[in-house]
Design a protein. Structure first.
Length: 464
């Protein structure tokens, strides 16, 4: 069978002509792996040059193959040739179209190479390219967060634990928590990129090529920093895909937490922000509604990415070495997860950059909920009262205020001294939110100087 024979698959020599169409459709991957076209062309060009370097084909033959491959890519991208579902994957489609241009010479391209190391190479290249894009998108969101933080160092809102008002914090401090989460996400993708930066090309099916191919040369041609040490590992490894999906899942978890806060903050019950119209939708029946759909969808899509990770982990866990067709499931998982992640990062950056911050509502919320209680207990400790005793005294004060409908700010100096003689007149000013925030200027704290240091560090990380 010639490579250009469109009646049988490339591996059809062992089989008769009556292979079932339903089975072919079931095993085909061309429906989704067509997006690997450009990467597959790159890998084949590198392999052609490696074959010439080994003297297996001439330099002229390599030049014809490279030119033909580039023409095939151009023909597909510009609509002169179509990818056919008759052929199971992108690799076969390219090889058939190349054969129609070059005849028997095209059949020499697959010398010393298996589809096993070919597809593994494409996947490594895909992950490397996607990580570069993800870096840019994470940086875009980090930049949006940093820009908003710079404007709101002095804007105060309640910090929450258990969704109960806890202590007053700077809004910049709150936002910067997400900046540093995303910085860790970026580091995880960087680590994943290092482990994806090895070339499987030359591993062939599982035992290595029987031809004297210079694997390091091929790796360098494709921009890899090294090669796999073991051919079986090279074709059966999908750790780098799983690691990418793991990093994507953690990033989506952070985006989901941010999205949840955007949903809460934009509700009438909070009123802390107002999402721009570009990131909101209306109701089909209630004219007054302004729904935070973009944030809700980010929150929802985290489960989609988690599912891709768990699905591929489950697929891989029972596979013997080396390659198995089960591993074809890696592509849709990876493609869908990366598309979802990139879309969510873009939307999150836009939502943060354009949201209206309602600082007055935030600061008003810091006056209720007894947010100065910890400061009152600390005040007593500074006067020599053991913390547990101080905690109990302030707890009694809070219970009293709740019973009579007062806030801590409603109490005068005499009221405070009624619970402990250790309270001085300055307790009235000390429990105000501004004073509470100013006192927390240790590294990492919510005080103005501490937040200023975080902003400077964030800018260094973003610029670096």
């Amino acid at each position: 069978m010639g490579v250009g024979n469109r009646n049988r698959p490339l591996w059809g020599g062992r089989f008769g002509d009556d292979a079932g169409a339903a089975s072919r459709d079931f095993t085909a991957s061309i429906y989704f792996d067509r997006r690997l076209l450009g990467l597959d062309i790159r890998g084949s060009i590198a392999h052609a040059n490696t074959l010439a370097r080994a003297g297996i084909i001439t330099l002229d033959e390599a030049s014809q193959l490279v030119e033909g491959l580039r023409e095939v890519e151009g023909d597909i991208l510009e609509g002169r040739s179509e990818l056919s579902t008759e052929f199971e994957d992108i690799h076969t489609n390219v090889e058939v179209l190349l054969a129609e241009k070059l005849g028997p010479l095209a059949a020499r391209l697959h010398t010393g190479r298996s589809r096993n190391d070919q597809v593994a190479t494409d996947m490594h290249l895909f992950v490397k390219e996607e990580i570069d894009e993800v870096f840019d998108l994470i940086d875009g969101l980090r930049r949006a967060i940093l820009d908003r933080a710079r404007d709101h160092v002095e804007t105060l809102l309640p910090g929450y634990t258990h969704m109960q008002r806890a202590q007053p914090v700077s809004f910049a401090h709150h936002l910067l928590a997400y900046f540093f989460m995303l910085t860790r996400d970026r580091h995880r993708f960087s680590e994943c990129g290092r482990r994806a930066d090895v070339s499987p090309l030359g591993a062939a099916a599982l035992a290595g090529s029987g031809f004297p191919l210079d694997r390091e040369f091929a790796a360098a041609e494709l921009g890899f920093s090294g090669v796999y040490e073991n051919a079986m590992d090279a074709v059966s490894d999908r750790d780098f895909v799983l690691e990418y999906l793991s990093a994507a899942s953690l990033t989506m978890m952070h985006l989901s937490r941010l999205a949840e806060e955007l949903v809460l903050w934009s509700s009438s019950e909070f009123g802390f922000i107002r999402l721009s119209e570009g990131y909101s939708t209306g109701s089909s029946i209630m004219p007054q509604k302004r729904n935070p759909d973009s944030a809700e969808l980010i929150r929802g899509k985290s489960g989609r990415v988690y599912g891709r990770l768990l699905g591929l982990l489950t697929t891989m866990k029972g596979l013997p070495l080396a390659y198995n067709s089960d591993m074809q499931e890696d592509k849709e998982a990876l493609f869908d997860a990366t598309d979802t992640l990139k879309a969510c990062l873009k939307v999150a950056a836009g939502a943060v950059a354009t949201m209206e911050v309602r600082g007055a509502n935030m600061e008003s919320a810091t006056l209720g909920g007894f947010l100065g209680a910890t400061d009152a207990a600390d005040y007593l400790v500074s006067r020599g009262v053991p913390f547990r005793e101080a905690h109990g005294i302030v707890g009694e004060i809070v219970a009293h205020c709740e019973s009579v409908g007062l806030e801590l700010s409603d109490l005068g100096p005499a009221d405070w001294r009624g619970f402990s003689a250790d309270f001085g007149d300055d307790i009235v000013e000390l429990i105000h939110p501004e004073g509470s925030v100013r006192r927390r200027d240790l590294p990492g704290g919510t005080g103005p100087a501490a937040v200023g240091s975080q902003i400077r560090r964030a800018k260094e990380l973003l610029d670096g």
